[in-house]
Every structure is written in C-alpha cells, then in structure tokens.
Design a protein around this ligand. Structure first.
Ligand code: BDR
Ligand code: CA
Length: 310
C-alpha cells in the first residue's frame, strides 16, 4: 500500500477525505497530523480523533501540530464549518488518545525513517505543519515522495478574499515554502473542487448506505453545504478535501496542467493568491500539476462506495 500522512484541519470536508483514506486498502495512513485552520487546534485534533473512531480505525495515530500560522494571526472559518468544525450531527467525545509527540516531530522522524520518496503528504488545511517541519529539518525535503494538497484557485479565484483560497490565505508563508520546495506537487484548487458539488441525490446516497457513517456523512453535508449554496446559488456545496485522496486512488478522474505556481505573500490586496501561470507566459519552470477538472460522478461514486465499507 502507498504510505501517506494526512495533514488536516477538520472540517466536514476533511472528514470525508480521512474516511476515504481509512476505507481504502491501497493506502496506508502512517498518521494524521492536525493543524489550526478551519477552527483552532484543540478542535481540529479532537475532530481528527472523532473521525478515526467513526471509521472504526482507533489504532490510527493522531498528532497535534501548530496552533497558529508561521507569521500571522490565525484566521478561522466557523461561518462555514460551525463552532466545532464538525457541526451537523451529534458526535460523542473521542475516547482514543492523542499521540504525545508534536506533529512536526512526527513528520520529521517519519520522513527520516521511511525509505526516501516512499511517503506522500496529503495537506488538507493551512500548510503550517509541513513548512515548519521543512524549516526545522531541511534534510527531509528531498525525502518526500509527493505532495498532493487541496488549496489555491485560479479561474475560480478566491473563497475567503476575492483572490485567495482559505488554506493558502491562512498561512501564505508556509505555502510559499511548500510551493518552492522542489517536491513534486499536485494541487487541487477551487477550480476542481467547485466542480465536485454535493447535489441532493449525492447526499441521499450517503444516507441510503444505511450505516452510522453514512448517516453522519449525510448530516455533515447538509450542514456544510448550506453556506456555499446560499453564497453561489448552487445545488450543493463543493466537497474540497476528498479530491486529494481520490486523486491517489483514481488519478484518471482528474485533468490538469504542469505549470508554475507562485504564492503572493506581500500584497495586502491579493495576499495568499496562487499565481498560476496557466498559459505559460512567465517562462518559470513548472512546480505543480494544477488540476482543473474532475469527473464529478466518478468522484462521488468512489467516495460513496468506499465510505460504504466503513
Ligand atoms: C478549504 O478550506 C477549508 O474550509 C476546507 O476544509 C478546505 O480545506 C477550502 O477552501
Ligand atoms: Ca480542510
């Protein structure tokens, strides 16, 4: 199985990504590292444990990481995800323990221990934990196999400001470190996630699984999508983060371009923008596969089938 580390700020859509990974035998989840983002760290680490328990995978190792961005004040998104980050269904407190180690140390030790280029990092939130690990232990950068992340936007521009997507906006300095790391990157921007909308029928398919996990998933979607439905006047909300895991399982569902992507860290107006050279006008070399489209039916079929196994 392919070894992955999920770095996350759950978040209902993060929860779908974690469930998809834990349900998939092609992937071995070495650990789940929580970061501050959608809600503060004490919620995201707790939510990560709730999700692993819901999946029945209580042996998954969950680590708490950075509680604020590298250089800035934390910006959160309770207006989307609710006060806990997982609002919607009633969920019991987690029983499984948090690992004692800091997520950054876990990342460093794991990348040093595992054979070079065998670990894939899957960031689903602000890139603080990953960039902090790279700064603290530059020797690990060359050992990462690949990074597949959710963040950024180009044609769809921003969701938190007119030009910036939330994960990049919250910690643009961290994003810059990751985008300049030289590691092969696959980026799932809003351009793709806004094509993965949760229609009524798609939500009902989770409920129709007839399982506890299926019911919780349907209720999460109903809570989470209401914000974007009002905002965009769409049939459902975009389900961002599981696109990362779906890419690892079925890359053929996605189409993108190898392009140069730089992060704006200085402008007040466009802070956190992913400046994506889609048309190759700069001559700067490509650092990312920037994904632009997804077979949404195939994506939801995969998600529902796998989550149905839990
Ligand atoms: C991203 O921001 C968060 O609100 C979601 O969990 C997703 O990772 C979308 O912009
Ligand atoms: Ca997220």
């Amino acid at each position: 199985a392919r070894k992955i580390i999920i770095d996350t700020d759950p978040g209902q859509d993060d929860a779908f990504a974690i469930l998809l990974a834990l349900a998939s035998p092609e992937l071995e989840v070495l650990g789940v590292t929580a970061v501050a983002g959608n809600v503060p760290l004490h919620f995201t680490e707790r939510n990560a444990r709730i999700i692993c328990e819901l999946a029945g995978k209580t042996d998954t190792r969950v680590y708490a990481g950075c509680d604020r961005p590298m250089k800035r004040k934390l910006v959160t998104a309770e207006y989307v995800h609710g006060q806990t980050g997982l609002n919607g269904p009633q969920l019991a407190d987690p029983v499984m323990a948090l690992q004692p180690e800091h997520a950054v140390d876990f990342l460093i030790e794991t990348l040093r221990r595992e054979p070079a280029h065998t670990v894939t990092l899957c960031p689903l939130g602000p890139l603080t934990n990953i960039a902090t690990a790279f700064e603290k232990a530059p020797d690990i950068v060359g050992r990462v196999g690949q990074i597949v992340l959710m963040g950024g936007a180009y044609f769809e521009v921003g969701n938190v400001t007119p030009t910036a997507e939330f994960n990049i906006y919250v910690d643009p300095e961290a994003a810059e470190i990751v985008f300049r790391s030289g590691i092969p990157l696959v980026v799932m921007p809003l351009d793709v996630t806004h094509k993965a909308l949760t229609t009524r029928a798609r939500v009902e398919r989770f409920r129709a699984l007839g399982t506890e996990v299926g019911r919780v998933c349907a209720e999460w979607l109903e809570f989470f999508e209401r914000y974007d439905m009002e905002k965009y006047g769409s049939d459902g909300g975009p389900l961002h983060d599981p696109t990362v895991i779906a890419y690892l399982l079925q890359p053929g569902l996605f189409k993108g371009r190898h392009i140069n992507v730089e992060i704006e860290t200085r402008s007040e107006l466009t802070l956190g923008m992913t400046v994506a050279d889609w048309w190759g006008v700069t001559g700067r070399s490509a650092n990312a596969l920037f994904v632009g489209s997804v077979d949404a039916d195939g994506f939801f079929a995969l998600l529902t089938e796998r989550i149905g196994r839990l």
